[in-house]
Design a protein around this ligand. Structure first.
Ligand SMILES: Nc1ncnc2c1ncn2[C@@H]1O[C@H](COP(=O)(O)OP(=O)(O)O)[C@@H](O)[C@H]1O
Ligand SMILES: [Mg+2]
Length: 152
């Protein structure tokens, strides 16, 4: 269900949404980052990764397809599956380990539809003129968590 729609006026606002989510995310969570090329998925991930790990300029995993980080008490996995050739190739990237207690951020989760468990939070980003709109979707348990993050 749609939990919240937010206007993101500039790149900083997209990063700030990622940073705002950071304190309520934990190991075992999946964050789906959806939207076209250039919508702001990596920008949001960068803000989140900076807030959670202290790494200020996380690279986009455009070519490596995955980057991993040490979170507070869990690993953070950042996937970009745009260039994934076949869905099952994702296992070679470590998805199973990521899902087993890590925080999993995924750009282009549509590439592996059916391989991800339910219960993810989805942030769908759309270009709106020079700015962006973010739509946050998830099941009921995400509601209080977004409230705690000051987002819903
Ligand atoms: N809210 C926003 N308003 C305007 N530009 C933005 C916004 N958020 C991100 N951008 C810009 O969009 C471009 C693409 O962002 P990026 O995060 O790489 O997209 P994606 O990972 O979805 O392909 C970057 O130049 C970034 O600065
Ligand atoms: Mg990207």
């Amino acid at each position: 269900m749609l939990l919240r729609a937010l206007d993101l006026a500039d790149e900083q606002a997209t990063g700030a949404l990622g940073a705002a989510l950071a304190p309520v995310l934990r190991g075992g969570d999946i964050l789906r980052l959806e939207g076209d090329l250039g919508a702001g998925k990596s920008t949001l991930a960068r803000g989140l990764i900076a807030a959670l790990t202290g790494v200020p300029d996380a690279p986009s995993p455009t070519f490596t397809l995955v980057e991993t980080y040490d979170g507070p008490d869990f690993a953070l996995w950042h996937f970009d599956l745009y260039r994934l050739e076949a869905p099952e190739d994702v296992w070679e990237l470590g998805l199973e380990e990521a899902l087993d207690g890590g925080l999993t951020l995924i750009e282009w989760p549509e590439r592996i539809e059916g391989l991800l468990p339910d219960g993810a939070l989805t942030v769908r980003l759309e270009v709106a003129g020079a700015a962006r709109v973010a739509r946050l979707e998830g099941d009921a348990p995400w509601k209080p968590r977004l409230s705690a993050a000051g987002i819903a």
